[in-house]
Design a protein around this ligand. Structure first.
Ligand code: HAM
Length: 463
């Protein structure tokens, strides 16, 4: 047998060199998903702290529920026929064949937790707050994502109008604390029997005007008549303007409840706009419903940007939900705020009014020069951190000039400078960033000297 020549495979150098470009796919985001990048962090932190602070003041306890729940939890509570359930839920079967859903909102989960953990046995009301991602397979556009975040507050076990007013006050305070002007739109949609009678009257009215309606409204007329009131099409506006108003279909008890909520708001000086067409898109609401809208433009000439799309948040009373989910009857109310929309509205407002975003405040900037100094610097930063001082630094910068420039742009009051000589002597330079005056201090004393300069010991407490 002739000897077969075994061909040695030569490494394809050129191809290998080109490989990174050809072989590796750069992944894009799924449609409707987005990253929150470090440059956005200051706004997110600000919103989170504002939400947490309000929860503390108004005594809402934090609840965290799973992102994934039984699909029926949302179908039953939000309701078949709503856009969220019919079109927007991420539903799939898990490996055991259970029908599960990524939560499109958290009110249903909070009610489930209230029932499941016997919270109705605790002193009422139970006030819960949450912050986290929700999922809706909606058509993505500006301010509308498939994964977005909400901060929410729920008061379970309290049917008094004061609970509605307290929640609206929290929503109002949230934007007031952020310095973002908003409008609160409010309405009452009554209890199911009142709403049913109203729907009949509404359908009767709209049927007579069918030929003037847009195609969507013609469908809404049969499928979900209350959504007729949400229509933004110009041709439907004259019909909408003369439509019967739900408030006229409310009985004494619902009317009284609503009047009391409004009286509370007047007393609290929380401004609101009565909007008779506000009905909300989820089925569980009874009586009070409200939404928050941004007011854009500069402070002199603010302009309201209406429309469903730009609602920053919304909520209302849902007295029957707990009972309908198998719990002991417990009236409840709540609201959620969209974080992405709130961040975007806040940025827009700050830009229009030339307001600078908040910057993270550091007590000092540590500048280092050379290898030895860098090693000592990391230790010093850790020691100062343990004593409660917040020190900024950047080890990729080597020149003193660029480090002092960084300190300057961070607006820190002091820079700590550590060079080879200081490492040898066991000292460190403290530079007053405003006056430029420098002082050499013993490294062991730097913590105390710095705290004294920062007035930490005045009033015998940290600043
Ligand atoms: P919602 O009106 O469906 O209410 O959502 C509240 C807020 O979440 C909206 O006003 C909006 O800012 C934000 N949001 C909703 N969908 C999206 C989206 N696709 N992309 C970005 N942001 C969005 C609820 O979720 C109820 N659970 C509120 C509630 C709490 N009612 C009683 N308690």
């Amino acid at each position: 047998m002739p000897k077969q020549k075994i061909k040695e495979k030569k490494p394809k150098r050129k191809a290998a060199a080109e490989a990174p470009e050809k072989k590796f796919k750069i992944y894009a985001l799924l449609r409707g998903m987005h990253d929150v990048l470090p440059r956005e962090e200051k706004y997110w932190k600000l919103l989170y702290h504002t939400a947490e602070n309000l929860a503390e003041h108004f005594q809402f306890s934090r609840i965290e529920t799973p992102l994934l729940e039984e699909a029926n939890l949302f179908i039953r509570s939000i309701g078949k026929g709503t856009d969220v359930v019919d079109k927007e839920m991420y539903i799939f079967e898990d490996r055991d064949g259970n029908k599960v859903a990524l939560r499109p909102e958290e009110t249903a989960s909070a009610a489930r937790a209230y029932i499941m953990h016997g919270m109705w046995n605790m002193s009422q009301p139970v006030k819960l707050w949450y912050w986290g991602p929700m999922f809706r397979y909606d058509r993505p556009q500006a301010g509308r994502y498939r994964q977005f975040n909400q901060a929410g507050y729920e008061t379970l076990g309290d049917g008094d109008p004061s609970a509605d007013a307290e929640l609206i006050l929290v929503a109002h305070n949230f934007y007031k604390d952020l310095g973002l002007p908003v409008e609160i739109h409010i309405n009452s949609i009554g209890v199911p029997e009142e709403r049913q009678r109203y729907k009949t009257a509404l359908v009767e009215y709209y049927r007579g005007k069918r030929s003037y309606l847009c195609d969507d409204c013609k469908q809404r007329l049969n499928k979900n008549p209350l959504r007729l009131l949400d229509c933004k099409q110009e041709r439907c506006q004259p019909v909408k303007e003369d439509a019967p108003q739900i408030i006229d279909w409310l009985e004494e008890e619902s009317k009284n409840h609503f009047t009391k909520v409004l009286e509370y708001l007047d007393e609290l000086a929380v401004p609101y706009i009565l909007r008779s067409t506000l009905v909300r898109g989820l089925d569980y609401y009874t009586r009070t419903v409200f939404e928050v809208y941004p007011v854009v433009g500069d402070t002199e000439t603010p302009t309201y940007v209406g429309g469903q799309q730009s609602a920053l948040g919304g909520g209302g009373r849902y007295d029957l939900l707990v009972q309908e989910m198998g719990g002991k009857p417990a009236p409840a109310a709540g609201f959620s705020l969209g974080i992405e929309r709130s961040v975007s509205a806040l940025k827009q407002y700050m830009d229009a009014n030339q307001i600078k975003p908040p910057i993270q405040k550091f007590d000092a900037y540590l500048a280092q020069l050379g290898d030895h100094a860098r090693r000592r610097a990391l230790k010093a930063i850790n020691e100062l951190r343990n004593s409660g001082l917040k020190i900024d630094y950047n080890f990729s910068k080597n020149s003193l000039k660029s480090q002092l420039e960084a300190a300057n742009s961070l607006q820190v009051p002091y820079a700590l400078i550590l060079g080879q000589k200081e490492v040898q002597d066991g000292t460190i330079i403290i530079r007053d960033m405003e006056s430029g005056v420098q002082e050499i201090v013993d490294q062991k004393k730097v913590e105390n000297v710095l705290k004294k300069k920062l007035s930490w010991f005045d009033d015998d407490k940290k600043k």
